[in-house]
Design a protein around this ligand. Structure first.
Ligand code: FMN
Length: 202
């Protein structure tokens, strides 16, 4: 294995102060760290990305966009956490993921060979699952590998507090499991030891 740690980047939270999806993201990232990864959190409220604009060069955006794109580029794995808005993922999350367009011409284009864990929070019962499902389509379009366990947190106001903690341990445990799974599944992509040999012609 290379002499570095797996790098897991978390993208999330909404623009709401005390965001529950940010709290959930923190919890999952902390589990990833306990599993041996180094982590970075990209708090979308703090970063305040502008809207993605097709045709506009990366250099014509501010440093916050360049740093955001560079953090995605350096990642071995991602955890994306959104809130459900009007039945699907929040626009702030989708806009952030649209900046992966700047990775299109990389050696690992878009999110190629990156494992992606998904989390959604919602006020009601259903929309967090919808938001996760919508993010699966986006991650697949970006060539990422979705972790099969996705965490949907309904009635999130009952499960997180204003200090940014998840205070319902049933959901806390799922977020821990997700963080650990992201690391387990990302290691073979990030540190490939052996490629399966092609069958030799008889
Ligand atoms: C504009 C808007 C639209 C929302 N739409 C839904 C919805 O369709 N279904 C739902 O269950 N909750 C909906 N909610 C509630 C949020 O999903 C919920 O409060 C979530 O926990 C917010 O996450 P955050 O704390 O990270 O901002 C909506 C909230 C806002 C502000």
């Amino acid at each position: 294995m290379e002499d570095r740690r797996l790098r897991v980047v978390g993208i999330g939270g909404t623009l709401r102060e005390g965001s529950s999806s940010l709290a959930a993201l923190r919890r999952a990232l902390s589990a990833a760290e306990k599993s041996g990864a180094e982590t970075e959190i990209l708090d979308l409220r703090e970063i305040a990305l502008p809207m993605y604009e097709p045709g506009r060069a990366l250099d014509d955006y501010g440093p916050e966009v360049r740093e955001f794109v560079e953090a995605m580029r350096r990642s071995d794995a991602l955890i994306v956490s959104t809130a459900a808005y009007h039945g699907t993922l929040a626009g702030v999350t989708k806009n952030a993921l649209d900046f992966a367009q700047f990775l299109a011409r990389d050696d690992r284009p878009y999110l190629h060979e990156r494992v992606v864990g998904l989390i959604s929070t919602a006020g009601g019962e259903q929309a967090a699952s919808n938001a996760n499902r919508a993010m699966v389509d986006t991650v697949h379009a970006l060539r990422g590998v979705v972790v099969p366990l996705m965490v949907a947190i309904p009635r999130a106001w009952q499960k997180t507090d204003d200090d940014g903690n998840v205070n319902d341990e049933r959901y806390g445990a799922r977020l821990d499991q997700l963080g650990g799974l992201v690391v387990d599944l990302a290691v073979p992509f990030a540190f490939p030891t052996e490629r399966v040999p092609a069958k030799s012609a008889a």
